[in-house]
Design a protein around this ligand. Structure first.
Ligand SMILES: CCCCCCCCC/C=C/C(=O)SCCNC(=O)CCNC(=O)[C@H](O)C(C)(C)COP(=O)(O)OP(=O)(O)OC[C@H]1O[C@@H](n2cnc3c(N)ncnc32)[C@H](O)[C@@H]1OP(=O)(O)O
Ligand SMILES: NC(=O)C1=CN([C@@H]2O[C@H](COP(=O)(O)OP(=O)(O)OC[C@H]3O[C@@H](n4cnc5c(N)ncnc54)[C@H](OP(=O)(O)O)[C@@H]3O)[C@@H](O)[C@H]2O)C=CC1
Length: 283
């Protein structure tokens, strides 16, 4: 679909690069000639990502740095370390945290567990990259991974929807403010992609034969299926490439049209209280 050297001149940080979608994007960027840095909290998850065949075959262009994005000093130190080897050209804000819960039962700590990485962490990373690009007069691109719920809202994951809508506002605001400085801001709003954590965090089983997961979601989606990680990775690669140079401030949904019909959580409104209690008990 793309020329093999489409991203040859890019050096890309993928936050949450040890996760499923982050790893798929990183592998695609490497295939297209980019250098990639992965970050996340868990060194084990990062090591596993680097060892995955799709990434390991480009080992000379792939590295990883553990970093907790909730800590602004840690984000600054990571960027300092990265820039010692040369500037990034792209930041992909992919890391996030999410789980379903009855919102009135969330503690402040639980709300912050979502907003910390998903909103604040992405902003810290954007500020650290943006200020370095601006100081050096370099061009740069920020791609943020949102969710279609930035448009629809979604019941039982309100803090995550607030974070994603906040990142969409960041994308539009900085497209205008930083556009004249050569910085492009783009975003992708995925629908349902059956990653291991998304299924566990958003569709946990309640036990007694109910093991949860994304089975059943496909029937709500106009084209009848979930998204594939290679499709998301290809869209990301396009948005980072030269032919997309005039696209900024824009969010592209990739969900088979699902959000035009449903936020994807309406069935949870019918859950009896006992099921919420069982899910809470099981975590
Ligand atoms: C659907 C349709 C699709 C349709 C379309 C699909 C769209 C999907 C959109 C988006 C999908 C995603 O983002 S999927 C990506 C998901 N990925 C992740 O979440 C990866 C990272 N996750 C994590 O780190 C953890 O799972 C997470 C719990 C979120 C944070 O961990 P921490 O160590 O920071 O936090 P902890 O110390 O464990 O907990 C902090 C507080 O949060 C509370 N807490 C933790 N889990 C809780 C839970 N399940 N319910 C209530 N409260 C919870 C704890 O009790 C603590 O509060 P106190 O008890 O008061 O102390
Ligand atoms: N899967 C889906 O259906 C959808 C996903 N999305 C979005 O796509 C992105 C990727 O999701 P997905 O691959 O499914 O989920 P994953 O959980 O696999 O990936 C998220 C990654 O974020 C990292 N992360 C979480 N907290 C922090 C932190 N404090 N500091 C650094 N890294 C952190 C995690 O690594 P670690 O725990 O090691 O820190 C994890 O690897 C997210 O932004 C998500 O909201 C949007 C819509 C749908």
């Amino acid at each position: 679909m793309f020329r093999d050297d489409l991203l040859r001149d890019e050096r890309i940080l993928v936050t949450g690069g040890g996760g499923d979608l982050g790893r798929a994007m990183a592998a695609r960027f490497l295939d297209l000639g980019a250098s990639v840095v992965l970050c996340g909290r868990s060194p084990e998850r990062l090591d596993a990502a680097l060892a995955a065949p799709a990434i390991a075959r480009h080992a000379e262009r792939a590295t990883a740095l553990p970093c907790d994005l909730r800590d602004p000093a840690a984000v600054a130190a990571m960027m300092e370390r990265i820039w010692q080897d040369g500037p990034l050209t792209v930041l992909v804000n992919n890391a996030a945290a999410n789980f379903i819960a009855q919102t009135e039962r969330l503690s402040a700590r639980a709300a912050d567990a979502i907003l910390g990485p998903s909103l604040h962490g992405a902003l810290y990373a954007t500020l650290e990259a943006g200020r370095r690009w601006i100081d050096a007069g370099d061009r740069g691109t920020v791609l943020s991974i949102l969710s279609t719920s930035a448009r629809t809202g979604r019941a039982f994951t309100a803090p995550s929807e607030m974070a994603k809508a906040g990142l969409e506002a960041m994308t539009k605001s900085l497209a205008v403010e930083w556009g004249p400085k050569g910085i492009r801001m783009v975003a992708i709003a995925p629908g349902a992609f059956e990653t291991e954590t998304a299924a566990r965090q958003l569709r946990p089983g309640a036990g007694d034969g109910d093991e949860g997961g994304f089975a059943g979601l496909a029937e709500w989606i106009p084209d009848g299926r979930l998204g594939r990680t290679d499709e998301l990775a290809d869209l990301a690669a396009f948005l980072l490439s030269g032919p997309a140079a005039h696209i900024t401030g824009e969010t592209i949904a990739i969900d088979g049209g699902a959000h035009l019909r449903s936020s994807g959580a309406e069935d949870l409104l019918r859950w009896p209280q006992e099921k919420w209690d069982a899910v809470r008990q099981r975590r």
